[in-house]
Design a protein around this ligand. Structure first.
Ligand code: GDP
Length: 431
């Protein structure tokens, strides 16, 4: 996960800010100068993105003096963090120590945000203006103790934070596919077909072993990484606990994949077990291609039934791409690559803030949000906070009903695509 380091001299409110970011309002903070605390990292979450927060409070001044200790703190943050927040006490103004650390941070290639803390009321905003002199850009006024302005600061942090290391890692490398589905739908058969040779023993017995090994397969001239496929290669007759292991395997595969190929046996009724795998995929936020296998066994009647089952059972993923194949005969297997590529393109897609907001304005003008409790919530602004999957944040003056949020998602998809990818819309109410 990307790392955000909080730096600053003692007593400016670093730990209070960390607690605020973690949402642990009750935590007691003793920011006594000279008391050495360990440098600690915590996992944090803001509007759907996860990152680590490091409290560099451990660097308290020692014999070398305040200036050196704080400079070391800043140097460390520059080496290890993906974004740095320098906290300054706005009621005191920039001290010589603040200036020393700012001097170090001005050389930083890592983005630095300046937080002017202890601005507990509007009246005190003006005092923070003098902090422009630190040369670190706009002072973001906050009250870590009361939560004032911390949401805006977090928005700014997310803006400058790179996507997580895994996300960066995937760029340019082979795309990562999880081949999932209940036992006996034809996963091993498909894997063999794609790999172009009969390498695994396929039989009618449902059962796999868990062994996380990936397989690289070239399709359409590009390598694709089929993650965690060892269990598919070595089919083991193992009735006991099979379901449990199958679900562990599915979770592990989804964890390290970017897109899921969900196999469903088209010749049989869609079952609870298929839907459980689907739920895991939806929870994982991965792109999705639904593959109806054993199409060679599907006749007119079954086809009609299947259409009804799809309408009923797959209604929660109307955006998923669908492909009908036969792993046995190889029919339409070549359609998988364009489906995977399309789904990943949507999963990676970023809409500019300008485009997004001009679309939003039109939609809101034509269909404003429903009135709740006599008040009409206003939707002020939208931004795409993340990709993989595309995650949007709407800033509003009031709660938006689920029905209206679904309406917005539908319109968003109509306008910008996102076929094959989930889309997340988070609403932030501002007062
Ligand atoms: P897995 O448990 O999902 O890996 O499923 P397998 O690949 O082991 O397949 C289970 C059974 O379905 C085997 O008997 C396969 O031969 C058969 N099968 C797989 N794909 C097809 C297909 O497209 N058509 C037909 N008719 N049978 C298939």
């Amino acid at each position: 996960l990307p790392v955000v380091a909080i730096v600053g001299r003692p007593n400016v409110g670093k730990s209070t800010l960390v607690n605020r970011i973690l949402g642990r309002r009750e935590a007691v903070v003793e920011d006594v100068p000279g008391v050495t605390r360990d440098r600690v990292s915590y996992k944090a979450d803001w509007i759907g993105r996860q990152f680590m927060v490091t409290d560099t409070g451990g660097w308290e001044p020692d014999a070398k003096g305040m200036g050196l200790a704080i400079a070391a703190q800043a140097e460390y943050a520059m080496r290890t963090a993906d974004a740095i927040v320098l906290v300054v006490d706005a009621t005191v103004g920039a001290t010589a120590t603040d200036e020393a650390v700012a001097r170090v941070l001005r050389r930083s290639k890592t983005p630095v945000l300046l937080a002017a803390n202890k601005v507990d009321s509007e009246r005190m905003e003006a005092e923070a203006a003098s902090l422009w002199s630190l040369g670190l850009g706009e002072p973001h006024t906050i009250s870590a103790a009361h939560g004032r302005g911390t949401g805006d600061l977090l928005d700014k942090i997310l803006e400058v934070l790179p996507e997580s290391p895994r996300e960066r890692f995937a760029v340019g490398g082979p795309r990562r596919v999880a081949l999932v589905g209940k036992p006996n739908v034809g996963k091993s058969s498909l894997l063999n077909k794609l790999a172009g040779e009969e390498r695994a023993v396929v039989d009618n017995v449902a059962g796999t072993t868990v062994d996380p090994v990936d397989e690289l397969i070239e399709l359409g001239g590009k390598p694709w990484q089929f993650v965690d496929t060892a269990g598919l290669r070595r089919k083991v007759r193992n009735a006991t606990g099979h379901e449990y292991y199958a679900s562990l395997r599915t979770r592990a595969a989804l964890d390290s994949a970017e897109v899921a190929l969900l196999l469903i046996d088209a010749s049989q009724t869609i079952t609870e077990q298929d839907l459980r795998v689907l739920s895991m995929i939806v929870d994982s936020g991965r792109a999705l291609v639904v593959v109806f296998n054993k199409w060679d066994l599907v006749d007119e009647d079954r086809r009609y039934e299947l259409d009804n089952e799809i309408d009923r059972e797959l209604a929660r993923v109307p955006w998923a791409r669908r492909v009908n194949i036969s792993a046995m005969t190889g029919r339409s297997v070549q359609k998988l690559v364009p489906a995977l590529e399309g789904a990943l393109e949507s999963w990676d897609k970023r809409i500019s803030t300008g485009q997004l907001n001009s679309w939003l304005k039109e939609i809101i003008a034509a269909t404003p949000p429903p009135v709740r409790g006599g008040r009409q919530p206003r939707v002020m602004f939208a931004t795409q906070a993340a990709t993989r999957p595309p995650t949007f944040v709407l800033f509003t003056t009031g709660f938006l009903e689920a029905g209206y949020r679904r309406f917005l998602e539908r319109k968003l998809r109509e306008r910008f695509g996102f076929d094959g990818s989930p889309v997340r819309i988070n609403v932030r109410v501002r007062d």
